[in-house]
Design a binder for this molecule. Structure first.
Ligand code: SAM
Length: 229
């Protein structure tokens, strides 16, 4: 049996390799843990969600694929559902970067214990990267995909004893993504924002209070777009 994933979730699943035991925090339908167990990537998974409805949906998928012995559904907020050393890593996907950061921040010690964190913020990736830097989580890999007409960034991180320093460009665009020698999806995402801002700037009066912020943003965007050309 096979559980087909969206490109976004498949990218998160791939980023969890080589882990064999994971928790999917905010699992909703538990598609990712089910797909991972079905393909033999995970020996054990925990599918957790704070919502009763999403957890029921998770149970339905687990039962559809008869994976009850390998995937445990758990109801609860964030990492509170986990005991120390229970899983090698966690995935937190499909939420805002601020919420993902707050879930990790609620138990920094437990967050530090994982071999890897796979994080897929739907927005505010910069807030999440700032949290990671301040709490000594090193970004070890990043992916960007275009799926269902949206861009998604996937951040893979792990705690390190060394302080981490990311500059403004790293925080905004990703320390790994922005250094990729050629990545069309990355270019398209930021070119789109650049073009949109140009239109807004053109339409605003020259002394409008938003112009300065928009021009600063355009300068940052030019840096990463320039690096790619
Ligand atoms: C948009 S869904 C994403 C589902 C799946 N992870 C994905 O990427 O397709 C977000 C899920 O996160 C859950 N959620 C939100 N806050 C949470 C928290 N603090 N702890 C656990 N789950 C949470 C919601 O109930 C919802 O089911």
């Amino acid at each position: 049996m096979n559980c087909e994933l969206s490109l976004r979730l498949q990218t998160c699943l791939d980023a969890l390799q080589p882990l064999q035991t994971i928790a999917d925090i905010g699992t909703d339908h538990a598609y990712l843990p089910c797909a991972g167990v079905l393909k033999g990537q995970f020996k054990k998974a925990i599918a957790a969600d704070v919502g009763i409805g999403p957890l029921e949906a998770a149970k339905t998928t687990i039962s559809k694929y008869q994976l009850e012995s390998m995937i445990e559904p758990r109801l609860g907020s964030g990492l509170t559902v986990l005991k120390p050393s229970e899983v090698e890593g966690v995935v937190i996907a499909g939420m805002g970067g601020k919420l993902i950061a707050s879930i990790l921040e609620a138990d920094v010690k437990l967050s530090q214990s994982f071999q890897r964190l796979v994080l897929q913020p739907n927005l505010d990736a910069n807030i999440l990267r700032t949290f990671l830097m301040k709490n000594q989580f090193e970004i070890i890999d990043e992916k960007i995909v275009y799926d269902e007409k949206k861009f998604y960034e996937v951040i893979v991180a792990r705690w390190t004893r060394e302080p981490i320093h990311y500059n403004e460009l790293d925080i905004e665009f990703g320390p790994i993504l922005r250094r990729l020698p050629s990545c069309d999806v990355f270019q398209e995402k930021w070119q789109k924002e650049f073009n949109k801002n140009e239109e807004i700037i053109k339409q605003l009066p020259i002394n409008h209070h938003r112009i300065k912020t928009l021009n600063n943003r355009q300068s940052l965007l030019k840096e990463v777009l320039k690096n790619e050309s």
